[in-house]
Design a protein around this ligand. Structure first.
Ligand code: PHE
Length: 359
């Protein structure tokens, strides 16, 4: 056995036997550090004749590689074992009684979603859901937003890297409208659903967060008109804000998936310097809506001559801010317990129409 082989056998043996990270590190310094034994051998290459170097070079480099690799492998094993031990030691027994009073509260967004479900259930609407990771077809194409449509750029979409086959382009849904498509393809009309959930756009400031919440509404039946849409929205907003003096203003607008389209403003009054919903001193935009475009109905395999309907989409975070008087949207997602304590709801505050939805 040459000296090099003996040295390698000795080092690898000690690395394998090291049972903590400090010992491994000490061996690394001793062998590969500035004045380490293997480093010294590497340095000695410089003083050799070319012939000697040709013979010794590969052996010394081989030694260094073997030692480096053994150290990395041993480190990884020890680190994994340390993590396993930590995880095992830190398990929480969820069945034990809590020794401090529970401090969690229901987040205002969850509360508003419950209120929406409650209000719309009373009007005969079911709650539908869809995936947050959507494909391009459901999020855009089926909603009459073809590839070249400028609305695609307006949505600031988060796309996933292209799939191998380049076929289904996946994205984070930019609105809840794809749930319209999924519902129409899965269920025969008449349809009456709302679809609350998370939506995503690459946008961030005091009034925009990259993840936000929307609620979609969809009605498909025979003989549905704009009048049904207006009545539904009025009834919903009156119940939600718990006021009878809610005034709506429908403004002509444009969405590729509705025709005609209307943006809906709700009137507010100013009380003690704060905007309060109700009356008509000023107007605030709260949702987008319209009659479902015949092309969208046809894309879902239904006959647009037989079936018509309306749809609307509304920002839930904004609804919560307006109802509960919060002014910075970003606080919704900070997870600050003090904020939650101030604005949150007790788990026992179940919204009911008879008790008032915000009771
Ligand atoms: N999806 C639209 C948006 O996010 C809102 C909308 C929904 C408009 C349904 C009309 C009908 O801006």
């Amino acid at each position: 056995m040459t000296d090099l082989e003996k040295m390698q056998g000795d080092l690898l043996g000690r690395i394998a036997a090291a049972d903590d990270l400090d010992t491994v590190e000490a061996i690394r310094v001793e062998a590969l550090g500035k004045s380490g034994s293997v480093t010294a051998l590497l340095k000695s290459l410089g003083k050799m004749t070319p012939e000697e170097r040709q013979a010794e070079g590969p052996r010394i480099h081989g030694l260094r590689e073997a030692v480096t690799e053994a150290i990395a492998r041993r480190k990884a094993t020890l680190e994994r074992a340390a993590l396993d031990a930590k995880l095992a030691a830190e398990t929480i027994d969820m069945t034990l009684p809590a020794d401090t009073p529970l401090s969690g509260t229901v987040h205002p967004v969850s509360q508003v979603m419950d209120e929406l479900a409650e209000i719309f259930a009373d009007l005969g609407f079911a709650v539908a859901t869809g995936p947050e990771i959507e494909d391009d077809w459901h999020n855009f194409t089926a909603l009459n937003i073809p590839e070249s449509h400028p609305a695609r750029a307006m949505h600031d979409t988060f796309y996933f890297p292209e799939a191998e086959d380049g076929e289904r382009k996946m994205l984070l849904r930019t609105h809840t409208s794809p749930v319209q498509i999924r519902t129409m393809m899965q269920h025969k009309p008449p349809i009456r659903i709302i679809a609350p959930g998370r939506t995503y756009r690459s946008d961030s400031d005091a009034t925009h967060t990259p993840m936000f919440h929307q609620v979609e509404g969809l009605v498909i039946d025979k003989g549905i008109t704009l009048g049904h849409l207006k009545w539904t929205l009025e009834t919903f907003l009156k119940a939600f804000f718990e006021r009878d003096d809610i005034v709506l203003r429908l403004r002509p607008s444009y969405f590729p998936f509705t025709e005609p389209s209307a943006e809906v403003d709700v009137g507010f009054t100013v009380e003690k310097g704060k905007r309060v919903i109700g009356g008509s001193d000023g107007w605030m935009e709260v949702l987008g809506s319209g009659m479902v475009h015949p092309k969208v109905i046809a894309a879902c395999g239904l006959d647009p001559d037989e079936w018509q309907g309306f749809a609307f989409g509304c920002g839930i975070d904004r609804l919560a801010m307006l109802k509960y008087g919060m002014d910075d949207l970003r606080a919704f997602f900070d997870g600050d317990l003090r904020w939650l304590k101030h604005y949150g709801f007790s788990a026992l505050d179940v919204p009911t129409l008879s008790g008032g939805v915000g009771a």
